[in-house]
Design a protein around this ligand. Structure first.
Ligand code: SF4
Length: 262
């Protein structure tokens, strides 16, 4: 008899309702979060470039030093690269970030005649994302941060923590790239919950669902997670199954990711 090939079915991903439940539980655990815009959009974009591969504290310091040195972003756009580099040096990777900042500022001036990006708020989300994505070095994550954190639009900004937690929870499939995850998650998360999703998933990834040795026994969404059996011993799983409670009490005061620190 000829061998029949059985096609493996892709693992099922979480429904919208299940995702909404994870956001609710994590927001109770880590929130409430303040979603007031902290910076105008162009400032947010420069801050986002400064925050690449460095801590929020270092990037906040670099942003403050940049503005103290030049006063306005128009002055930064006109400045010499070595002067920008000197100003942001305490934030790290200044040799890479200084030309990137100057280039993006000048591209915005060329396209828009101004560094005021508030017009993006009036655009449909996909057009606003495409406008930002044409800028040098601005990918889906940076565009999402500007649109979501500064302009209050329901854009996703998937960082390494959100990506890891989403995969482990089965919110996205195991083979979905981080870039592709942006569009998928914008479909699956209610627009009014995008900000809470972003901040709660980052907090969860930083505090509990860490890259190495996630703390599954104390995870607030553990009962919804298909991955926890990978990380827990049989004894821990049995103990948890006996004691599983639908929710855990919340706490607040968690740090706000991607927000400039004073
Ligand atoms: S149960 Fe473990 S792997 Fe799953 S989300 Fe929680 S910490 Fe992450």
């Amino acid at each position: 008899m000829p061998a029949t090939s059985v096609k493996k079915r892709a693992p099922r991903t979480k429904s919208k309702a299940d995702i909404a439940q994870t956001i609710k539980l994590m927001t109770e655990q880590y929130g409430p979060f303040n979603d007031e815009p902290r910076l105008p959009p162009m400032d947010e974009m420069v801050f986002t470039i400064l925050s690449q591969h460095t801590s929020d504290i270092n990037s906040s310091r670099a942003f403050r030093l940049l503005m103290e040195r030049f006063g306005t972003l128009e002055a930064v756009a006109a400045a010499e690269i070595p002067d920008i580099e000197k100003a942001i040096a305490p934030g790290g990777l200044a040799r890479i970030k200084a030309p990137r900042i100057k280039e993006v500022l000048n591209k915005v001036l060329e396209l828009n005649d101004s560094l005021d990006l508030s017009f993006l708020r009036e655009m449909p989300l996909n057009e606003a994302k495409a406008w930002l994505r044409q800028l040098p070095g601005i990918g889906p994550k940076s565009a999402g941060i500007v649109l979501s954190f500064s302009l209050g639009m329901p854009a996703m900004a998937i960082d390494t923590h959100i990506y890891r937690v989403s995969q482990r929870l089965g919110v996205i499939g195991p083979k979905v790239s981080a870039d592709k995850a942006h569009d998928i998650l914008e479909e699956k998360v209610e627009p009014g919950e995008v900000f809470n999703f972003h901040v709660s998933y980052i907090n969860h990834g930083r505090q509990v669902c860490r890259a190495q040795r996630p703390k599954c026994p104390e995870c607030v969404v553990g009962s919804l997670c298909p991955s926890r059996k990978k990380y827990m011993t049989k004894a821990e799983l049995a103990e948890l199954a006996a004691a599983e409670e639908p929710t855990l009490a919340g706490s607040s005061g968690a740090p706000m990711p991607h927000i400039p620190q004073a």
